[in-house]
Structure formats: structure tokens, C-alpha cells
Design a protein around this ligand. Structure first.
Ligand code: S3P
Length: 408
């Protein structure tokens, strides 16, 4: 599996804060992480590229004179906003058309409460580009209105340069990479049920950070294996930490023949007869990025699958709830939004989905989910905007060839 995207972003940022050189191995080669890498360089860190996902970062931030472009990356722009908020320089952070539509008030509000100056654009001044004028910050005790690891992380990173401790409380558990990696970098961090507190202090990034495989990318292949006839597939060295493996539980509940080796991080899936399930709102943050491919699994499962509490899907790289409905409908499936829920009516596994044309709407996870549907059910599926896969997984088509033995 390619290196985990969420961990790659954080590895670059944390390494850029440390004084000692830090070597990162297995960095994601997706465009999003490349943008973060360029961002920390623009801010003053040194990045030496060793090839094949290996870089050495020499930290120290001095500020960027030009606006920093984060492309399609919500994680990049939101975390960096928190990271630079307490420095004595001004930073402008921007991204592509999708980033300019995504809500930034969710970070502006808590960062402002810390004393930060973050000015957005648009009528509500809450959209990218964002201008961050570095200010002295104070720690806060903040309860997240939505379960978002990006918001939690932006606040915690700002907390590194605040006066006093900063606490973030979450309504449901979200991925814990920031707190895990800050603790590994010698920062005082305390996590307890539903909250995490960080104290300001020096960041001593480890000499070496190895990035494990990305579970969100593994999910595409594992669902593909469950629904394609005659499959037996193992993905290796996948990150299995908090709030990332929820899709495995969902698939197991659907009757998938899926096993996890928690020592090695290997996950094996074989062709399965899937049945419908209910994914609760509480479970949603633990499988948020996997909903597009889980919806493809649901389309091949016996019964009606309900994904509850899908509002956050509407503010991803695309309106992902709408993109999923459009994708499954285009392939002959049945899917609708019902209030805060996404409802997928499965066809019998032997019917599966048919062929058709799917517009990825610039969203990497829609492009890959549609491609897997085409490969597993025989399609043919045409994915318009397939190049969006480069956001997180430039090697996706190559790996498809490896998994299936197809010529590209
Ligand atoms: C991410 C958090 C999630 C996820 C995104 C990556 C992160 O976003 O969807 O792909 O790395 O923190 P939200 O925090 O907005 O839910």
C-alpha cells in the first residue's frame, strides 16, 4: 500500500517544527502530500529527496513571502493554518476551486478564540484563501461541534505555541495521528476518553518516521476482492490505529470474508456473499473516507444498507453524498439521500452493478470507487476525471494491473 496520506502530512509538518533533521520513509506520493511538502519548504524547512518516498527534513520555519498553494488538500490547508498561527510572520494559504468552496469557519472559530488572526475570503470571510497573521496565542478548552480530525489537529498544532494547555473534546473518536505523533516528538500530550490536551513546548521529531500503508487506499482493493468472483487478496502493512479501520468492522458485519493480522498490518479478503448493514453516525468518523467504496459494497449486498449521519460527506473534495448517489445510479444501482442518511438498496451479488459513465467530480475517492465497481462487476465503466486519483494515489491504475493481471 502507498504510505498513509494523513500520517504523511503530519510527518512533514512535525519534522518541519523540529531542530534535528528527520528522515521520513514511505511518504505518500499523492499530489496532496506533495503540496504539503512544498509548503513546509516555502515556510523555510529544508527537504532533501532521496527518491521512493524517502525525504530528510531539516526544520525551522521562517515564513513564506508568496501565497502557499495546497491544491485539493483539506488536511494540508487546515493543519497548516493552525501550525503557523502562533509564529511571528504572515502566511497566505490557498488551494484549488474545490478547496475554495470548503468550510474554513470550523478552524477560524477555535483559532480566533486562541487569539489567532485568520482572515478568510468570500462574503462570510470563511473561505480560502486564508491570511494568517501570526500572533501570540493562548490555550483553550474547545468542544468540536463536528467530529473532525482536521479541526482537532489545527487546534492542537496551534496549541504548541500557545500559552498554557490546549484541550480539544470530540463528539466521536476521530483519527489520532496528530496526538500520537506529537507525543512521539516529545511533546506533552494527554488523551483521555473523548478529549486530548497538548502543552506548548519544543518539538523533537524522531530521527526516522516510517509511514505505514494507507487503510483508506487498502479499502478499495479489499472491497474489490469481496465483490469480484474468484478473489483472494492480501494487502500488506496497513495502519490499524484508532478511527481508521472502521471499514473492516463494517465489511465483517456485512458477512465479508476478511481477516486482519494486527501484528503485521496485513489484511486478507476473499470473495464473499455480502448482506446489508446499518452504519451508525457514531461509527462514521472511523470510516468517513471509505463510504464511497463501502457504498459500492452495499450495492452488491443483499438488502438495504443505511449510512447514518452523512452530513460531513457533503463538504469533502466534492459533495460526496451526491457524488455517490450519482455514481451508483449511473451504474444501474439504487441509492438516495434521506435526510441525514445515505440509503443503498443492494442488488443480488450475481446482478451486481452494470456499466456506465461516472463523473468523478474532481474527487479521487469517487474516481477509484467507480473504477473498482467497473473492474469487479465487469462494467464497462468510464470514469470521467480519472486523473483525480493522483490526489492521493497516483499508482492506482498500475496497482490495478498488478491486482488483476490486466494490461493497462
Ligand atoms: C483527515 C480527516 C478527515 C478525512 C480526511 C483526512 C485528516 O477529514 O476525511 O481525508 O488527515 O485529518 P475531517 O477531519 O474533515 O473529517
Amino acid at each position: 500500500m502507498p504510505g498513509d496520506k494523513s500520517i504523511s502530512h503530519r510527518a512533514l509538518m512535525i519534522a518541519a517544527l523540529g531542530r534535528q533533521p528527520c528522515t521520513i520513509q514511505g511518504l505518500s506520493d499523492g499530489d496532496d502530500v506533495t503540496h504539503t511538502r512544498l509548503a513546509v519548504e516555502a515556510l523555510g524547512a529544508g527537504v532533501e529527496d532521496h527518491g521512493s518516498g524517502g525525504v530528510t527534513v531539516s526544520g525551522g520555519l521562517t515564513g513564506a513571502s508568496d501565497p502557499i498553494y495546497l491544491g485539493n488538500s483539506g488536511t494540508g490547508i487546515r493543519l497548516l493554518t493552525g501550525l503557523v498561527a502562533g509564529y511571528g510572520f504572515t502566511t497566505t494559504l490557498d488551494g484549488d476551486a474545490s478547496i475554495r468552496r470548503r468550510p474554513m469557519d470550523r478552524i477560524i472559530e477555535p483559532l480566533s478564540a486562541m487569539g489567532a488572526s485568520v482572515r478568510g475570503s468570500g462574503e462570510s470571510a470563511a473561505l480560502a484563501p486564508l491570511t494568517v497573521e501570526g500572533r501570540p496565542l493562548r490555550g483553550i478548552d474547545y468542544t468540536l461541534p463536528v467530529a473532525s480530525a482536521q479541526v482537532k489537529s489545527a487546534v492542537l498544532l496551534a496549541g504548541l505555541r500557545a500559552e498554557g494547555p490546549t484541550t480539544v473534546r470530540e463528539p466521536a473518536p476521530t483519527r489520532a495521528h496528530t496526538e500520537e505523533m506529537l507525543a512521539d516528538a516529545g511533546v506533552r500530550v494527554e488523551s483521555s476518553d473523548g478529549s486530548v490536551t497538548v502543552w506548548p513546548g519544543e518539538v523533537k521529531a524522531p530521527d526516522l518516521i516510517g509511514i505505514p500503508g494507507d487503510p483508506s487506499q487498502a479499502a478499495f482493493w479489499l472491497v474489490g476482492a469481496c465483490i469480484a468472483p474468484g478473489s483472494d487478496l492480501t494487502v500488506e502493512n496497513v495502519y490499524l490505529g484508532p478511527a481508521r479501520g472502521g471499514f473492516v468492522d463494517v465489511l465483517a458485519r456485512m458477512g465479508a470474508d476478511i481477516t486482519v493480522d494486527s501484528d503485521s498490518g496485513d489484511i486478507r479478503a476473499r470473495t464473499s456473499e455480502l448482506r446489508a448493514t446499518r452504519v451508525t453516525a457514531e461509527e462514521m468518523p472511523g470510516c468517513i473516507d471509505e463510504v464511497p467504496i463501502l457504498a459500492v459494497a452495499a450495492a452488491a449486498a443483499d438488502g438495504v444498507t443505511v449510512f447514518e449521519g452523512i452530513d460531513e460527506l457533503r463538504v469533502k473534495e466534492s459533495d460526496r453524498a451526491a457524488s455517490i448517489v450519482e455514481m451508483l445510479t449511473a451504474l444501474g444501482g439504487e441509492c438516495r439521500i434521506d435526510g441525514h442518511n445515505l440509503v443503498v438498496t443492494g442488488r443480488t451479488p450475481d446482478q451486481g452493478l452494470g456499466g456506465g459513465t461516472v463523473n468523478a467530480h474532481g474527487d479521487h475517492r469517487i474516481a477509484m470507487a467507480a473504477f473498482i465497481a467497473g473492474a469487479a462487476f465487469g462494467g464497462p465503466v468510464t470514469v470521467e476525471g480519472f486523473e483525480a486519483t493522483a490526489t492521493s494515489y497516483p499508482g492506482f491504475a498500475r496497482d490495478m494491473q498488478h491486482v488483476t493481471g490486466w494490461a493497462q
